[in-house]
Design a protein around this ligand. Structure first.
Ligand code: FES
Length: 205
């Protein structure tokens, strides 16, 4: 069991338990041990919930039934692992275009860049969609500090030892994830995971 938890309920905010919450200004937001985080996008107290979800008919049904298989792209020295479900299109991978291509034409060519550059690029990805395998060891845990960092006009960047629990399902949604991004604008098509819709729907907060 992970020390910190985020608990997901269908019509409710995200319940954060034993976590540090950091605002988009980088400052820690003082919260009780258990606090409610807005995920409908309408709270006047963002990132905290003020109950507005109940008046706007928010439905946060978990949307992972069509979760794609995790993809592996094997190179001579490194294998790139891509979990399409977690990707929110942050775009850091596009900085290493020969390997990852562009936003419109992504690709995964592990022999088109140095191992060091590929690792450094993968570690910039906040969503956890990218990780790598070297010598049979899957490297996917990079965060030493456990926290929920609020991204300005974007998702919750969840980092470190935070389990994502579905209270309607004994299965944890992300049992082993070291980092992932959760929607707080209410517009994602794969709730509770951010899918990048905040960049198009004008979300501010
Ligand atoms: S914050 Fe809602 S889609 Fe990213």
């Amino acid at each position: 069991m992970k020390k910190s938890q985020i608990i997901l309920s269908k019509y409710s905010p995200l319940m954060a338990v034993d976590t540090v919450l950091r605002g988009s200004d980088g400052e820690v937001i003082e919260t009780p041990r258990v606090c409610s985080l807005c995920r409908c996008g309408e709270s006047a107290m963002k990132p905290l919930c003020d109950g507005t979800h109940a008046t706007v008919g928010f439905d946060g049904t978990r949307e992972d039934s069509e979760k794609a298989e995790i993809e592996h792209y094997e190179g001579k020295e490194i294998t790139i692992v891509f979990d399409r479900y977690l990707c929110m299109g942050a775009g850091y991978c596009g900085e290493l275009e020969p390997v990852f291509g562009t936003h419109d034409e992504p690709k995964y060519e592990p022999d088109e860049g140095s191992v060091e550059d590929i690792i450094a690029t993968i570690k910039k990805c906040p969503s956890g969609a990218l990780s790598y395998i070297i010598d049979g060891v899957h490297h996917k845990n990079y965060f030493k500090v456990t926290q929920i960092a609020v991204e300005k006009d974007g998702p919750y960047n969840c980092e470190g030892d935070i389990g994502l629990i579905d209270d309607q399902d004994s299965d944890t949604l992300l049992p082993d994830a070291d980092h992932y991004t959760l929607c707080r604008c209410g517009g994602s098509k794969k709730k509770p995971i951010c899918d990048g819709s905040h960049a198009e729907n004008g979300f501010k907060g």
